[in-house]
Design a protein around this ligand. Structure first.
Ligand code: C2E
Ligand code: MG
Ligand code: MG
Ligand code: MG
Length: 294
């Protein structure tokens, strides 16, 4: 086998060609196949207005059900999809699926916004087309208004290729699609990005929320972030809210929106519809032992 076409072929195995890399290559191959064969689906996780208790939006979260391996976490395959460029076809699929589902939800008479995660590589695709163009077309295709869609980006997107990305983000904002800064506090971006980039909302990372009960310094950080957001007139979403204690704490600090298992796990569209219909005008009562719709 080393001899093919009459020429010698040598295979080199660098020491770093380890098990991890092989596993990764394997995952990459599977991912390619999965994109072709459509092994993905979306789940939606509600985001609730902490003052009114109304569910204002849902975040689309991708799920990969591999026939052999079962459910594979986006945390393990999204980075690979980004590195390999597979995020481009995958990202377009996500966008169209989410907007088609949103159109369905609207058709049931339910007002709702859709949040879509967009990774750095999608912002400007390999053909040099800005995501705003892709978005504009998708909105038209599904008859969705720009105000009913947000995109979520992370700080890392703001760091690399800054001028081009900024232009692209401006174009997205121009469309009327709001940009949310996801996982805030985990990156390493200068705070000046908050005013230089067209960010409309900050999502404070779950890791801060996790420690509300037992880490006083995280509590101080959350307070500081909330104050900063208020001063910049940027609404704040707390992600990963799991307990009523966290909810009460955030509500007392005037946090604007919450998302987390306490309200709902990410669910398939049918379940989401049932959840939205059953919980009509939601009113979450913080003085109860659990969150309740009244
Ligand atoms: P993210 O955008 O920050 O999404 C929030 C993650 O936290 C989701 O994980 C969600 O299921 C989880 N989560 C929400 N509430 C709670 C809670 O109360 N407790 C706990 N323990 N977890 C909670 P998921 O779905 O596994 O997604 C992980 C990450 O993968 C996302 O983080 C996002 O960065 C990426 N991702 C997911 N879907 C997409 C997508 O469609 N496109 C892109 N580009 N990235 C995606
Ligand atoms: Mg997100
Ligand atoms: Mg997040
Ligand atoms: Mg995250």
């Amino acid at each position: 086998q080393a001899k093919r076409n009459g020429r010698a072929h040598y295979q080199y195995y660098a020491p770093e060609m380890n098990v991890e890399m092989l596993a990764r290559m394997h995952l990459e191959q599977r991912l390619r196949k999965a994109v072709k064969q459509g092994e993905f689906h979306l789940e939606y996780q509600p985001i609730v207005d902490m003052r009114s208790g109304v569910i204002t939006s849902v975040e689309a979260l991708i799920r990969w059900q591999d026939p052999d391996y079962g459910l594979i976490s986006p945390e393990s395959f999204i980075p690979i999809a980004e590195e390999t460029g597979l995020i481009e076809p995958l990202g377009e699929w996500i966008l169209h699926q989410a907007l088609a589902d949103l159109a369905d939800i609207h058709a049931q008479g339910i007002a709702l916004c859709m949040a879509i995660n967009v990774s750095a590589r999608q912002c400007m695709n390999s053909k040099g087309i800005c995501f705003s163009e892709v978005l504009k077309q998708a909105l038209a295709t599904h008859g969705i208004e720009a105000k009913d869609v947000h995109i979520e980006i992370t700080e890392s997107l703001l760091i690399e290729d800054k001028p081009l990305r900024l232009e692209c983000l401006d174009a997205i904002k121009q469309l009327g699609v709001d940009i949310y800064l996801d996982d805030f506090g985990t990156g390493y971006s200068a705070l000046s990005y908050l005013t230089q980039c067209p960010i409309s909302v900050i999502k404070i990372d779950k890791s801060f929320i996790d420690n509300i009960a037992d880490n006083p310094s995280d509590v101080k950080l959350i307070r500081a972030i909330l104050m900063m957001a208020k001063n910049l007139e940027l609404p704040l979403v707390a992600e990963g809210v799991e307990t009523l204690e966290q909810w009460n704490f955030l509500q007392a600090l005037n946090c604007d929106y919450a998302q987390g298992y306490l309200i709902s796990r990410p669910v398939a569209k049918q379940q989401l519809l049932a959840f939205l219909q059953q919980s009509k005008p939601l009113q979450y009562l913080s003085n109860q032992s659990e969150l309740k719709a009244v």
